[in-house]
Design a protein around this ligand. Structure first.
Ligand code: ITT
Length: 210
């Protein structure tokens, strides 16, 4: 069986492709993804956004099994922000119409991490820095959702980044059980405990029933 990953995020794709290998299920990048108009991910929940992506991209490649991932970071003390806005947190127009400070520089991941730390500066020093990575997956064919799965993992947001692996918020996300950030873990170590690993293993199990 071959599943096509509808993601433009190279970090996600690398994790899926490596993880699927032992299962006998092949994961490939969706062919021609860049040329397919990206659907608006404007739903309020991860699951609805994963559905939107899976439906839209599967319609563009008739007959293929296409899965999409919508994921992100929820920081409890920030009322679960950045949440569904995780990918563009630092560049997002704020509810009052203003933009976040233009002083942030670097890659999108670096700006997102810096902006998250800025947002957390105003929290009480002794307050909780608990956060959760969440991943929702949807698998579709010809615009019809066939399977869904989800996973989450809890950790803490550090005051400065640590580690060079992974992507996104990994350098700020401390996994207390190992006392290391996700960016200090190998891909395999991260996969064993991560939100995406949990959700994808569940999706692969369900694929056997198709
Ligand atoms: P696609 O929609 O093309 O899959 P995307 O990066 O825009 O790519 P999302 O809308 O699901 O994907 O946003 C997910 C963001 O959440 C991602 O860009 C990271 O900033 C963050 N994120 C999700 N999973 C993560 C992980 O395992 N490690 C670090 N950050 C993660």
């Amino acid at each position: 069986m071959t599943l096509y990953a509808a993601t433009s995020n190279p970090g996600k794709l690398a994790e899926f492709a490596a993880a699927a290998q032992p299962s006998g299920i092949t994961v490939l990048a969706l062919p021609g993804l860049e040329a397919i108009p990206a659907p608006a991910e404007d739903a309020a929940t991860f699951q609805d956004n994963a559905d939107i992506k899976a439906v839209a991209y599967s319609l563009a490649v008739p007959g293929l099994l296409v899965f999409a991932d919508d994921s992100g970071l929820e920081v409890m003390a920030l009322s679960n922000q950045p949440g569904v806005h995780s990918a563009r947190y630092a560049d997002r127009r704020l509810p009052d119409g203003s933009n976040p400070p233009a002083s942030l520089s670097g890659t999108l991941d670096e700006r997102n991490n810096a902006y998250l730390l800025q947002q957390m500066e105003s929290l009480p020093l002794s307050g909780s820095r608990t956060a959760r990575f969440v991943c929702h997956l949807a698998l579709a064919r010809d615009g019809e959702i066939l399977l869904r799965s989800q996973g989450s993992v809890e950790g803490e947001i550090l005051r400065s980044p640590r580690g060079a692996s992974g992507f996104g918020y990994d350098p700020l996300f401390l996994f207390p059980g190992l006392n290391r950030t996700f960016a200090e873990l190998s891909r395999e170590e991260k996969w064993r405990i991560s939100h995406r690993g949990i959700a994808f293993r569940n999706l692969l199990q369900q694929c056997r029933l198709l």
